[in-house]
Design a protein. Structure first.
Length: 368
């Protein structure tokens, strides 16, 4: 069944992005499906992977309507049914609402007030908001929270709203850096390659190049630090990987403030780079905000006492959004790159991938 869901995921991405189906399948295989093994395959795939796939499929009909294409009635029904199933998960319902909000903002920026376009978005938005209210007010969820708080994080109720946001943010960015997901690595590389190509004419080259290179540099520091396990370099790499939150016991350690600042610049660098890549600033802004959505959808785990018990599976929706953005950026690359530049970029990516594979092997061997 999961194999069929994988096919549906690729089909949905193909219908939305119109990219080569073979390339899409290859990119989808970069998703770290082993993350679904962290709490039992059936439970984890039902709670994470299935909502991701069905949620993606629900946007197929929305995309057709936004593009001004004819949509059959059964497609709208299937879109709503898929969304209803997907938004039953806390993380995905937040992502669904944010994506719909981005679509409405884009339509308003373009001054496109077509009733049929807003109608389908508003229907989805209303259903998602209603389900979100049900989730946060459901007595069963409150009972589960108390049990999980007792089992995993007994000081959870003492955390302020700001503390929970910081916990969520730090564990999200440290997870992006420490997990060394090949999908995310390719995403960072493609961003940098597109920025290099766009800046060939010298426009804004002096500031955008260092900004776009920063995320790859930070990921490389973590990777190299895991290979060479000694000295201050490794300590700094470990600090980046752990994402320790500033509290009353470590507030006087400068390294924690430095790490948080690097996390913030890491996020801002990716957003600005994505915006820079697109000629249409409104399109670039939407896609930059979509990356922020991928961060926010993992950040909300900071509001759960299972923050440290949920492991990598909670990155499922973030990686799903990263995959979509990667496909869009590859389309931009295909339009602007020559055949030679595509080949050269492929060789470079292969070399970087080998380095990160070596890092992962080193990490695994270090446990035995």
């Amino acid at each position: 069944m999961n194999a069929l869901l994988y096919v549906l995921w690729v089909y949905s991405l193909y219908k939305i992005t119109k990219h080569n189906s073979g390339v899409l399948m290859g990119l989808a295989m970069l998703y770290p499906i082993m993350d679904m093994a962290s709490a039992g395959w059936i439970a984890t795939t039902l709670n994470y992977f299935w909502p991701l796939v069905l949620g993606t499929y629900s946007f197929v009909a929305i995309d057709k309507v936004i593009a001004g294409k004819h949509v059959k009635f059964y497609e709208i029904v299937l879109s709503i049914v898929a969304a209803v199933i997907a938004i039953d998960v806390e993380q995905y319902v937040v992502l669904h609402i944010m994506c719909l909000g981005m679509i409405m903002a884009y339509l308003l920026m373009k001054k496109d007030y077509a009733k049929n376009k807003f109608a389908i978005v508003i229907v989805h938005f209303t259903i998602a908001c209603a389900n979100f209210l049900f989730i946060i007010t459901c007595p069963g969820n409150e009972a589960r929270r108390l049990v999980e708080m007792h089992d995993h994080m007994q000081d959870f109720d003492k955390l302020s709203l700001f503390d929970k946001l910081i916990y969520g943010y730090n564990t999200t960015i440290s997870g992006f850096l420490s997990q060394m997901c090949l999908l995310f690595l390719v995403f960072l590389f493609v961003i940098f390659a597109c920025v290099v190509k766009k800046a060939e004419d010298g426009t804004n080259r002096n500031w955008i190049m260092p900004i776009s290179a920063f995320p790859i540099a930070l990921a490389a520091i973590v990777s190299v630090g895991n290979i060479f396990r000694n000295g201050y370099f490794t300590k700094f790499s470990n600090a980046l990987s752990q994402g320790e939150v500033i509290n009353s016991t470590n507030w006087n350690k400068p390294i924690n403030y430095i790490i948080f600042s690097l996390y913030a610049f890491f996020t801002i660098s990716i957003v600005f780079s994505i915006i820079y890549i697109f000629d249409d600033i409104s399109v670039g802004s939407v896609h930059g905000m979509l990356f922020l959505c991928s961060v926010l959808v993992r950040m909300i785990i900071g509001f759960s006492p299972t923050l440290y018990a949920s492991e990598r599976r909670t990155f499922c929706f973030s990686y799903g959004m990263v995959l979509y953005l990667l496909i869009v950026l590859l389309k931009e690359m295909r339009l602007s790159f020559s055949d030679y530049e595509k080949k050269r970029s492929g060789y470079l990516l292969f070399g970087i991938s080998c380095i990160f594979v070596l890092e992962m092997v080193t990490r695994i061997c270090g446990k035995y």
